[in-house]
Write a protein that binds this ligand. Structure first.
Ligand code: C5P
Length: 236
């Protein structure tokens, strides 16, 4: 399993994103394009960044009826994204339909991962608003199992959940984990955080880091620091 650092390109538009990417002369980081950038800049931004040599996690979190998700996934697959995602709460039929839609004529497809429960959802909201009667950790693991049984490649989860997900769903089932901060760095709105080295120790396969890299004084240095800890296993 090859580990990698994914930078969350949470920028408002194309110019800002390309200005950021221009800083990287010696490496081509894996990028996450989320709803903000995708809806602002359109599908063309995916093609443009791909053509510059970056891998792309297209984080659009689909959730709709199976037929709609299948057809939409076919569109995203044609953009040549490397990882795409959806909400596991859409159910197993939707997840299986998504996989069918992703299959390209040459037999390849992007990796498909599922959001289990958003990290902005707390126990009280799960119970009182969503009316889910099971505790959060059990719900997350149940959704992860549904994703695995539907043939998906992995889930987005906290690094702190990565070990449990691997135990239940297998070592090859991918854990893609946000909520990563450098020791002593600003936590921002993330609640439960670990360092890149800590995420490695906990078994994450990919870490997603936004602001600790994008808002750093020297983003290239910050990226290299994360890469050294997470991919090379260098403890600071
Ligand atoms: O700036 P920061 O490192 O907090 O960025 C984390 C990225 O991961 C953001 O794009 C955020 O939307 C995303 N994310 C997250 N927690 C989840 C799912 C996605 O932080 N559960």
């Amino acid at each position: 399993m090859s580990k990698d650092v994914i930078i969350a390109a949470d920028f408002a538009g194309r110019e800002q994103t390309l200005r950021f990417l221009d800083k990287f002369q010696d490496e081509k980081p894996f990028l996450k394009i989320g709803m903000e950038l995708y809806y602002a800049a359109g599908p063309q931004i995916v093609r443009e960044i791909k053509s510059r040599g970056h891998k792309i996690f297209l984080d659009l979190k689909l959730h709709d009826i199976p037929n709609t998700v299948k057809k939409t996934m076919a569109v995203l697959s044609a953009l040549d994204a490397d990882i795409v995602n959806l909400h596991a709460s859409g159910g197993c039929a939707m997840m299986k339909a998504a996989l069918e839609g992703l299959l390209r004529p040459d037999g390849t497809r992007p990796l498909l991962i599922a959001v289990t429960q958003l990290t902005s959802t707390g126990d009280q909201m799960l119970r009182d608003e969503l009316w889910i009667g099971h505790p959060m950790d059990e719900t997350v693991l149940h959704y992860a199992k549904n994703a695995r049984d539907s043939g998906l490649d992995g889930v987005v989860c906290s690094p702190l959940e990565a070990g449990k997900v691997h135990t239940v769903c297998g070592r090859d089932f991918l854990t893609v984990t946000p909520g990563v901060r450098f020791a002593g760095g600003a936590v921002g709105d993330q609640v439960r955080v670990t360092t890149p080295y800590g995420a490695r120790q906990l078994g994450s396969d990919y870490i997603v880091m936004g602001r600790p890299i994008t808002a750093a004084e020297d983003p290239v240095e910050a990226y290299r620091r994360a890469y050294a800890q997470f991919v090379k296993g260098e403890c600071e």
